[in-house]
Write a protein that binds this ligand. Structure first.
Ligand code: HPA
Length: 275
């Protein structure tokens, strides 16, 4: 297998052939947000399957397309669908598309994901803007030899989620009349949902929402010097809080509804960044 840097260069070169000039802002569309891609004007679309080294999603709702075009008044790239650790990919593979975006000149990365609400004040459909995370995956995407062309061996993680971007998001959400709550994301490998005892543990550890993605992408983005803004849609109360079972189909339904509101916030944020 060839060296990571060479594989990133090869993927970026193949994307450039179709896309030409690449935007500085990219958005990862998690479960329920795939529809945001339909709002992109003059889209140019490349299937992940046509990009060398890009992993292809195995779960429904994660289409697997790179889309470049205009959202609101801004040029953006979208990853329509992601792959997760639980699908069997290692974290270097899970985060490979983020590496390629960095290589293509993306400096602002917006992450979105469906999550379970741990904090008792969070309700189904709430949107959380991440202030921090806890990596409970048991591994790190930067494990292995470090290529200094990609970033430092020991990158700082004091401020993973940009305070500047978060305050822009808060302002734009307020203008739209949409409530955005702050919170800490706990990443677990999944794919089983948590037990009530695990959720009590996560709450004690300081987590507000729990999910199965986002954190490896945020770590790699910071390693590569990107500014990160991340949103978690609360699709269900985490296990044991209401006594209701957690059902994937309902998670997707709620994510789609919350995704419409989140899409409006994102459109305003990217338009503002461009200005
Ligand atoms: N736990 C973990 N991941 C999730 C959940 C949850 O309750 N809901 C949506 N993604």
């Amino acid at each position: 297998m060839s060296d990571l840097f060479e594989r990133i260069e090869a993927a970026a070169a193949s994307i450039r052939q179709t896309i030409g000039e690449f935007p500085a802002t990219a958005i990862v569309l998690g479960s329920g947000l795939g529809h945001l891609a339909e709002q992109v004007a003059s889209p140019r679309i490349v299937a992940y399957a046509d990009i060398p080294g890009f992993p292809t999603p195995t779960i429904e709702g994660h289409q697997g397309n790179l889309i470049v075009g205009r959202l609101g008044s801004a040029a953006v790239a979208m990853l329509q669908g992601r792959v997760h650790y639980y699908e069997g990919y290692d974290l270097e593979t899970v985060t490979f598309p983020i590496r390629v975006l960095a290589h293509l000149g993306v400096t602002t990365l917006i992450l979105t994901a469906a999550t379970g609400g741990i904090d008792l004040s969070l309700k189904k459909g709430d949107i959380v803007c991440l202030t921090d995370h806890i990596n409970g995956l048991g591994c790190n995407p930067l494990r292995g030899s470090n290529d200094l062309r990609l970033g430092k061996r020991f990158p700082d993680m004091t401020a993973v989620y940009s305070a500047r971007l978060r305050s822009i998001a808060l302002e734009e959400a307020a203008l739209l009349g949409i409530v955005l709550k702050p919170g800490v994301y706990f990443a677990l490998p999944g794919p089983s949902y948590e037990t009530p005892a695990e959720i009590r543990m996560l709450r004690t550890l300081g987590a507000d929402v729990v999910g199965m993605s986002t954190v490896p992408e945020a770590i790699v983005a910071r390693h590569g010097g990107m500014d990160v803004l991340a949103f978690a849609m609360v699709t269900n109360a985490a296990a044991g809080i209401t006594g209701e079972m957690i059902d994937h189909a309902e998670v997707i339904d709620v994510a789609q509804e919350a995704g419409r509101r989140l899409g409006r916030i994102i459109e305003q944020v990217v338009s503002r960044l461009k200005a």
